[in-house]
Write a protein that binds this ligand. Structure first.
Ligand SMILES: Cc1cc2nc3c(=O)[nH]c(=O)nc-3n(C[C@H](O)[C@H](O)[C@H](O)COP(=O)(O)O)c2cc1C
Length: 433
């Protein structure tokens, strides 16, 4: 390839939950969402297209922020229900051999020992293709399922997570490389001098260690993170190896990436060891007109189902959007949930938020595969590098094919993404370019 390629990953938005169940192309049996089949198809197709990884989103509650009721969420399957992503991950791992599988696990829901053990196991069974989407949780309803009165304050969640990740690293490191000897003649399974308790006593967490299993192929499964607030960025710059970000304009993407790189350098890290992937929802079709018609259909649908979309924003921010008029300019919203999203909503009207949906201010990402590929390539040139995280909440096999068989070949023709994997492990693929 003449120029430095960029990375591609996929975001399974709304996690291991129902997709496109009321849409055309939603499949013959919408009740089959509880089975891993659609996600297995997705992972296989993305591996054929040489994506770096697929990330399974998660949250673990039926929200009730909108109208102070579960009704909208349950009736329309808004951001719920969701099955457990750590059960889905092994199905995807089993069905593939190169693509990375990143599982979302929350620091306020898992004890660090459990999390270190689970991620270590996933890394073993995947031959080093596992990642952890490190989230802190954001929503009071989620925290209440775990016995808390409400979610911890925003910045404190990141303080807790700093300590949490320190402990998880110590547990991952508690078996030295090569500790597992398996020498039949000497009758040594593992070398006891290479297995160490951690005796961690923190402000929030403690654990004796060592981990109950040997070091995994990557040692440290890859950490993926998405904090967008000032505190979130500092956290991400300290720990993440790939950051998933949403930004509304090219300028915002560029400044986000530059900020992360500067913060990472201040932590003594090599900024090139963090791949910042920006969330996009490209729409490719036979012609620009066909793609535009589909986008218009999405806007019409959003207006017709305002409840559905406002309920989702309510969950993310913890703010009940039913109290605003559709054309009311929103005040400066303060959130103990996703602060980046709250900031994005401030100063806009609910209708504008619905209609703009996932689109970017200055790039359409709409048209034929060749048109969209060219736009993505130009966009990454302006941003400075790294890549994209594709997401499409109404996931269908049609959309998967449009990306894997339409958009990706067009990107490969431009020489801007990989055609085949050079490595097995996720970190090696991320660091390839
Ligand atoms: C692309 C993307 C994916 C995310 N996935 C999840 C997720 O699966 N589960 C979750 O609890 N939070 C998820 N988040 C939320 C982040 O972990 C974080 O809480 C959020 O970005 C708010 O961070 P901030 O307050 O620092 O802006 C995601 C955020 C983004 C941008």
């Amino acid at each position: 390839m003449a120029r430095k390629p960029f990375h591609l990953a996929w975001f399974i938005s709304k996690g291991y939950g129902p997709k496109a169940w009321r849409m055309p192309w939603g499949g013959p049996n919408p009740a089959s969402w509880v089975k891993p089949d659609l996600f297995v198809t997705l992972a296989r197709e993305l591996e054929r297209a040489a994506f770096d990884y697929v990330m399974i989103e998660d949250s673990s509650n039926i929200p009730y922020t909108y109208r102070n009721s579960h009704d909208t969420y349950v009736r329309y399957a808004v951001d719920s229900p969701k099955l457990d992503p750590s059960v889905l991950a092994p199905f995807l791992i089993q069905a593939t051999s190169r693509i990375g599988i990143v599982t979302t696990l929350s620091t306020t829901e898992y004890h660090p020992f459990m999390l270190a053990r689970l991620t270590n196991t996933l890394d073993h069974v995947s031959d080093g293709r596992s990642g952890w989407n490190l989230v802190t949780g954001s929503n009071d309803g989620g925290a209440q399922n775990y016995g808390l009165e409400r979610q911890y304050p925003h910045d404190e969640r990141y303080e807790m997570a700093d300590e949490y990740v320190e402990l998880v690293h110590k547990l991952w490191d508690s078996w030295e490389p090569g500790a597992m000897v398996i020498d039949r003649e000497k009758e040594i399974f593992a070398d006891p001098t290479k297995v160490h308790p951690v005796h961690f006593e923190g402000r929030y967490f403690s654990s004796r260690g060592p981990l109950s299993a040997p070091r995994s192929p990557q040692g440290h499964p890859v950490i993926c993170q998405a904090g967008g607030s000032a505190r979130g960025r500092t956290f991400a710059a300290r720990w993440a190896e790939t950051i998933i970000a949403s930004a509304g304009s090219v300028a915002a993407m560029k400044s986000f990436r530059e900020d992360i790189r500067a913060k990472a350098a201040a932590f003594g890290r090599d900024p090139d060891h963090i791949k910042v992937l920006f969330m996009i929802s490209p729409l490719v079709d036979e012609s620009l007109a066909a793609a535009k018609a589909r986008r218009q259909g999405q806007i019409d649908e959003a207006n017709a189902h305002a409840d559905f979309h406002l309920a989702s924003l309510s969950r993310l921010t913890g703010i009940d959007f039913s109290k605003f008029g559709m054309d009311e300019v929103l005040p400066d919203l303060k959130s103990n949930g996703h602060q980046t999203i709250a900031a994005h909503c401030s100063g806009r009207t609910p209708r504008q938020l619905l209609e703009s949906g996932r689109s970017l201010k200055d790039v359409s990402l709409l048209g034929t595969a060749d048109m969209v590929a060219r736009e993505m390539s130009d966009l990454i040139d302006e941003v400075g590098g790294d890549g994209f995280l594709i997401m499409y909440p109404e996931l269908t096999r049609r959309y998967i094919a449009e990306i894997a068989d339409g958009l990706v070949p067009a990107l490969q023709k431009l020489g801007v993404v990989r055609e085949r994997y050079q490595h097995v492990m996720l970190r090696d693929n991320l660091l390839e370019f």
